[in-house]
Design a protein. Sequence first.
Lengths: 126, 126, 126, 126
Amino acid sequence: MTGKTTWAIPEGYIPEGSTGPEPEMISHETVCILNTTDGDATVELTVYFTDREPAGPYEETVPAGRTKHVRFNDLEDPEEIPTGTPFASVVESDVPVVCQHTRLDSRQAENALLSTIAYPGTGESG
Amino acid sequence: MTGKTTWAIPEGYIPEGSTGPEPEMISHETVCILNTTDGDATVELTVYFTDREPAGPYEETVPAGRTKHVRFNDLEDPEEIPTGTPFASVVESDVPVVCQHTRLDSRQAENALLSTIAYPGTGESG
Amino acid sequence: MTGKTTWAIPEGYIPEGSTGPEPEMISHETVCILNTTDGDATVELTVYFTDREPAGPYEETVPAGRTKHVRFNDLEDPEEIPTGTPFASVVESDVPVVCQHTRLDSRQAENALLSTIAYPGTGESG
Amino acid sequence: MTGKTTWAIPEGYIPEGSTGPEPEMISHETVCILNTTDGDATVELTVYFTDREPAGPYEETVPAGRTKHVRFNDLEDPEEIPTGTPFASVVESDVPVVCQHTRLDSRQAENALLSTIAYPGTGESG
């Protein structure tokens, strides 16, 4: 299994409220990263906004043969992602990985879910 | 990160009603566009219907290093997109971008969400 | 804009009941086909099952510069698609098109939605 | 129609509870596999976790010209997939197939759905 070293997710939004038991039912925006290679992946996330400079990079490690489901809600360094604000993100990894974007929106009593495989770009930066 | 200059979204539908607080809970059909390049993107949207000529082009600008979440509900020039009507859309940009399609359907008390990365075509027109 | 002449949708399921006003809220499984070319598309759908021979082909026409949102619920010739039964489908077109799969599940009071761009295969038959 | 012999699904999660009639409304995580070739497909699923060695392979057969909707909930050999735990999966087949990932989350009274075509990798192992 091979993957790509660059992935884009144009849609991003952390809802401002939640209903249901925490933490599994808290509203969240997630990028799921799968590393099937024999080496650990050092991953950098950059977050893009509508009207300000991008945030990041946020650094994550996904060990060899492991998956990591990163919640944008939990990102803190170098800064938190604001809630209720549209954003987009790019994932760059030093080894090939595969990325999927999922949102659980639990602002209302019943939850809504969305998911899509991210867009596999090429590594040349724009 | 690179993208593509042409994207297609065969599914499109603006529901006719909404529940919940505006504007974040109003039913909407969105194309999220991410421009990671160093130059502003001039983007043209064309909207296709079942039984009439296509509408548009609708022109949007996505600045360098920014994302824009365009709501089909808000398009006005050259004409509004009718609600309750199936449509499809094509995005053409003068620089490579990445596009994702998302719908929030809030006609009923609890919302439904769908999302998918758009189809990255090639720039040759049909 | 170009597309592909062959598309696959491994997931298919027509729920057995609906709630809400017809026809827009009836549970449905849809393939949205976009034809941006200058010529009409003659499209053939083949439906695959778990434990019987495939059904079809079902023939549809998508005119030049138009979209068609085909509901599997409505297919009748050569046979109806059974409800409550897992299936998959392949779309073959004589001109390049783009396909997206969407389901509205309205068995319960609040609806659920899913959508994804179909998988663009190549035209060689299996 | 052709497919690929390797597919990745970075997102995976089996919710811990369900509401509604069984079995069609039980929460489930599914990979739908379509085999349009003339030969049976022998498929191996490997499941990746956050903090332990991968599980599997789980072996499935998808006959020629058939689809199989595999529920991760039902996998037993060599071990069950734990509920309430993030995972990812890779599908490897000896003939080209097409894979789609779908979840029905029925923990609450109204269900949520997500679906996406899986990521078509190449066969070289990492």
